[in-house]
Design a protein around this ligand. Structure first.
Ligand SMILES: [Zn+2]
Length: 135
């Protein structure tokens, strides 16, 4: 009986360690995915007017829908469909909110300063990047 482990046993042991490491990584990634899904599942447009949340629009419906938001004497017409939202019409002077165009990623936002309206995207497949457009 050899006292030292045979050279053949070494790679097996190493393989076992690597397999264990891969398994641990897989579990870690799984937990991370689960956590992200748990916090935010559906891409949602949160509309605030003068600091108050007036609409929470889940962007899941493929049919185009419009929402009228009135704030600070201004009227904004928002249009939304699956995965994106935009300001279709606004009576503010700058029209920057209209020119911002469509937003479709979590963290993006449309801001209308004269009307004090903010449209912020939350949830969905968050990439961590905050991409705010102020207008
Ligand atoms: Zn505007």
């Amino acid at each position: 009986m050899p006292l030292r482990p045979s050279p053949k046993l070494k790679p097996n042991l190493w393989d076992g360690l690597v397999a264990l490491l891969v398994a641990a990584l897989a579990v870690g990634c799984g937990a991370l995915l689960f956590r992200e899904r748990g916090t935010a599942e559906v891409l949602t447009a949160v509309v605030t007017a003068d600091g108050e949340t007036v609409e929470q629009i889940p962007l899941t419906d493929p049919a185009r829908r419009t929402y009228t938001v009135q704030s600070c004497g201004h009227t904004l017409l928002l249009a939304a469909q699956a995965g994106e939202i935009w300001v279709e019409r606004a009576d503010c002077l700058s029209q920057d909110c209209v020119h911002t165009g469509h937003i479709a990623r979590s963290g993006q936002s449309i801001v209308c300063l004269p009307a004090r309206v903010i449209v912020q995207l939350e949830g969905g497949t968050a990439d961590g990047g905050v991409d705010a457009v102020i207008g």
